[in-house]
Design a protein around this ligand. Structure first.
Ligand code: CIZ
Ligand code: SF4
Length: 322
């Protein structure tokens, strides 16, 4: 509609005026992902978003995602202004892993190597030996396990259990979860599979173990998109945030994509296959974040000492990935 078109036009103008680039996560709404593509930004997972921002010549990054993604971008690009459409967009994993209690947990097991998922605050990253994303967690834990390291894992218990099962590594687990992936239901998925016998099931490992067990492919967002592109099946049942359908359909235009069930037996869920915090990244919010007099309400800051401490485990991952 007209209002949306006006908003997009204003955003494009402001991006130019401010030498800014829009970096969006796969879980944001399709129109936000399309706008990032149209304006020379990127659509990606949290790690690629931070890398893209760091390597781009723009002076200002608009991070359409959730708070930890803005922080990670700032940690990698301290000289850039990092803005977010709203500073209220957070993540249940970040909320469920406050630095004070997590730090006590780590202190209680000083002989353990601390591995944290990227979905954490800068302070939690700074307490860690390694930061990992779901695309590289398996390899890094495998590597640490082969060196005989005992591991503390936080905060996603489902992803942690999956990695422990795959690698056989000994892991002390923080008990956090993603409110979106935690809602996928194995029983309803089994029923849905019967209705689509030729479909392959793609599952993000933040989902419960019972759902992961039903998967034909388990992986990070980028890995699931790749799977839809390369597997021969005509249909895919997908257990992750439905925001991913935008890029997945682009990558696999002739395939039928079906949402994995979040309820079953009339059950409702808090956040049926779409992250409520990702959904806060609307056009209007992006537009306001670019208005110069609103900057204070949108800018991400990370204390310099904390930033340097969080950079170490992040760099460890980036160097391992090379
Ligand atoms: O669930 C998330 O927030 C994910 C998959 C983040 C990421 O690493 O891209
Ligand atoms: Fe956090 Fe889950 Fe939302 Fe990702 S989808 S930002 S893990 S709550």
């Amino acid at each position: 509609d007209i209002e949306k078109e006006q908003s997009k036009a204003r955003i494009k103008q402001l991006l130019k005026e401010r030498n800014a680039v829009l970096v969006a996560h796969y879980y944001t709404d399709p129109e936000i992902q399309a706008l990032a593509e149209e304006t020379g930004g990127c659509v990606s997972d949290s790690l690629e978003m931070a890398r893209f921002g760091r390597d781009h010549s723009a002076k200002t990054l608009i991070v359409a995602g959730v708070k930890f993604m803005g922080e990670t971008s700032k940690i990698l690009s301290p000289e850039k202004t990092v803005l977010m459409p709203t500073l209220d967009a957070t993540c249940s994993l970040d909320i469920g892993c406050p630095i004070e209690t997590f730090s006590e947990f780590c202190d209680a097991h000083p002989d353990h190597t601390v591995v944290v998922y990227a979905n954490t605050s800068a302070a939690v990253k700074a307490r860690a030996d390694w930061v990992v994303t779901s695309s590289i967690a398996l390899e890094i834990v495998e590597h640490l396990d082969s060196e005989g390291k005992k591991i503390i894992w936080g905060p996603d218990r489902h992803l942690g259990s999956y990695i422990a099962k795959e690698t056989g590594a000994e892991m002390l687990m923080w008990q956090g979860e993603c409110i979106v992936h935690d809602e996928f239901k194995a029983k309803a998925l089994t029923e849905l599979k019967k209705l689509h016998p030729t479909a392959a099931v793609l599952v993000h490992p933040e989902s419960p173990a019972s759902v992961v067990e039903l998967a034909d492919a388990v992986g990070s967002t980028s890995q699931l998109i790749k799977a839809a592109q390369t597997m021969d099946n005509d249909k895919f049942i997908v257990a992750t945030d439905r925001g991913i359908f935008y890029k997945m359909q682009q990558a696999a235009p002739n395939k039928v994509l079906i949402e994995a069930p979040t309820g079953g037996n009339g059950a409702t869920c808090k956040s049926c296959a779409h992250c409520p915090w990702m959904a806060m990244n609307g056009l209007k919010a992006i537009e306001s974040s670019l208005e110069i007099d609103a900057q204070q309400h949108h800018e991400i800051f990370v204390d310099e000492n904390l930033r340097l401490d969080a950079l170490k485990p992040l760099d460890r991952m980036l160097n391992f990935a090379k």
